[in-house]
Design a protein around this ligand. Structure first.
Ligand code: FES
Length: 169
């Protein structure tokens, strides 16, 4: 009889130990999947904003990634701020709704597509990923050439006066 109870106790303890081990493995696996990505600064992954901030026609500057985030037909796109002509920083002009390079006048629409000027292509891009922590990460270590001229994904019509023209006046 006591041997029967000992055997029961032994089996119960084995089940408990197995359950504890499974719970530990599950917790570790969950943490490994859920933990935030490491933000390593320009040249690597850069944590930026939550996707909600990139809504409508918003253009969000992310200085740490030297880039802009914008929504292109429902997809978040990261555009390099470096002009594809000779590398000047290209600011976004709120009044025209276009990117306007101050150096030699290249113009790009909100999606970074080529509009005018000596630039050979649209603004370069970086891959983006929404991580488990809910933030958009920009992979600045993996630059992708911008699209060839003639491939506009959004309207390229100026909304108003260009910033370059305002500066001249
Ligand atoms: S560097 Fe931008 S147009 Fe030349």
């Amino acid at each position: 009889m006591s041997e029967h109870i000992d055997r029961r106790n032994f089996l119960a303890r084995m089940w408990q130990a197995g359950g504890g081990l499974l719970a530990g493995v599950a917790a570790w696996t969950t943490w490994d999947v859920m933990r935030p990505l490491a933000s390593t600064g320009f040249g690597g992954l850069v944590r930026s904003v939550k996707p909600d901030a990139v809504a409508g026609e918003a253009v969000i500057e992310v200085p740490a990634a030297r880039s802009y985030l914008t929504d292109v037909n429902g997809e978040i796109v990261a555009l390099s701020e470096k002009c594809t002509h000779l590398g000047c920083r290209v600011p976004f002009c709120e009044s025209s709704g276009l990117f306007e390079c101050p150096c030699h006048g290249s113009v790009f629409n909100r999606a970074g597509d080529y509009v005018a000027g000596p630039a050979p292509r649209g603004m370069d891009r970086y891959p983006v990923e929404v991580a488990e922590d809910g933030f958009v990460y920009i992979d600045t270590g993996d630059r992708i050439d911008g699209p060839a001229p003639g491939s506009a994904q959004v309207d390229s019509t100026p909304k108003g006066p260009s910033c370059a023209a305002e500066g001249e006046g």
